[in-house]
Ligand binder design. Structure first.
Ligand code: NAI
Length: 308
């Protein structure tokens, strides 16, 4: 058991997108249990993003209120800019402010290249990338005005390489650039922006349409370790006022928490103008991970890379 003092969210208002099921539900339940007022957003469609259903959002609100918490359901579609604004408007109308945005809603349309078509790409970008962008942007003026905010985005280790779900991996990669860049702008307003890479058994990860994925747990102990509730504490830590982490990517699930970082090798610098042969000759040095560095941002990277 942790000896950390009670992390609470009394007086805080949290918006959790896609909170009717899976990880979002676990996020909403934990924040509400610790005192936050929660907007439980969920469109309620299939895992591919078809259709809608008020049931999942309403059920989670009922679950929270039955335990003495405070929550309101919202069924806006974060795949539309209008829906993202409506969602934040719900938080402000119901609870008077918005302190925490957990951008969690997601869909999964397994398709590789070139079968993954324009519709697959656009719909995936709409929910994961544009949904995060517009929801955060709608909350931004409120957070800037109050000089406080916590934004969580959700990426995926699929970004390490998931050819079976190409549009998904593409959208999740974009969220890392969004998180790291927005974090720099956010800090001066008392806002922190971090990215969560969860790992849990939910609808998409039990999909029959994942022929090449071999990471699915095989036994009961592994299934227990991959409960969504075991991811939520990292989300809540990043959402708490005591947290000072900004622009980072954290992997969470299966009872392990880790930092995921972007690093650059020291590489090889040529004396004169390089040739193709120089590249071939120094390939090992270019790739040598000894002494790699983790740039804080573009300017930090440029200072190191451009150094004579
Ligand atoms: P899930 O399918 O169980 O839950 C996602 C929820 O988002 C659903 O209830 C769905 O109705 C809702 N949603 C989808 N489109 C929406 C829209 N346009 N507007 C509002 N709500 C919408 O999936 P899961 O696994 O809980 O995923 C949550 C997030 O975590 C997603 O962003 C997913 O990509 C990410 N993730 C999950 C992993 C896992 O191990 N389960 C691994 C890596 C990332």
């Amino acid at each position: 058991m942790s000896s950390t003092p009670d992390f609470r969210f009394d007086g805080r208002v949290a918006v959790v997108t896609g909170a009717g099921r899976g990880l979002g539900r676990a996020h909403a339940l934990l924040l509400a249990e610790r005192g936050a007022k929660v907007v439980v957003n969920d469109l309620g469609g299939t895992k591919e993003g078809e259709g809608s259903d008020r049931g999942p959002a309403n059920d989670v609100v009922a679950e929270i209120t039955a335990k003495g918490g405070t929550a309101v359901a919202d069924t806006s579609d974060v795949g539309s800019e209008q829906g993202c604004h409506a969602l934040v408007d719900t938080a402000v109308a119901e609870f008077g402010r918005v302190d925490i945005i957990v951008n969690n809603a997601g869909i999964s349309r397994f398709a590789t290249f070139p079968e993954a078509d324009a519709d697959n790409l656009e719909r995936t970008l709409d929910v994961h990338l544009r949904g995060t962008w517009h929801t955060t942007r709608a909350a931004w003026p409120h957070m800037v005005k109050q000089g406080y905010g916590r934004v969580i985005t959700t990426t995926s280790t699929g970004m390490f390489g998931l050819p079976d779900n190409l549009a998904y991996a593409t959208a999740k990669g974009a969220l890392i650039g969004f998180t790291r860049s927005l974090a720099m702008e956010a800090a001066k307003h008392g806002i922190l922006v971090n990215c969560l890479a969860p790992n849990a058994i939910t609808r998409p990860s039990t999909s029959a349409a994942k022929p090449n994925i071999t990471t699915t747990p095989q036994d009961e102990a592994q299934l227990q370790a991959m409960r969504t509730e075991l991811v939520a504490p990292m989300m809540a830590y990043l959402a708490h006022e005591d947290c000072q982490v900004n622009g980072e990517i954290l992997v969470a699930g299966a009872r392990r928490f880790a930092r995921w970082f972007l690093a650059v090798t020291p590489g090889h610098a040529t004396e004169g103008d390089p040739t193709i042969e120089d590249i071939a000759e120094h390939w090992a040095e270019i790739n040598d991970q000894t002494g790699y560095y983790i740039p804080e941002n573009l300017y930090d990277w440029a200072g190191r890379f451009m150094r004579p």
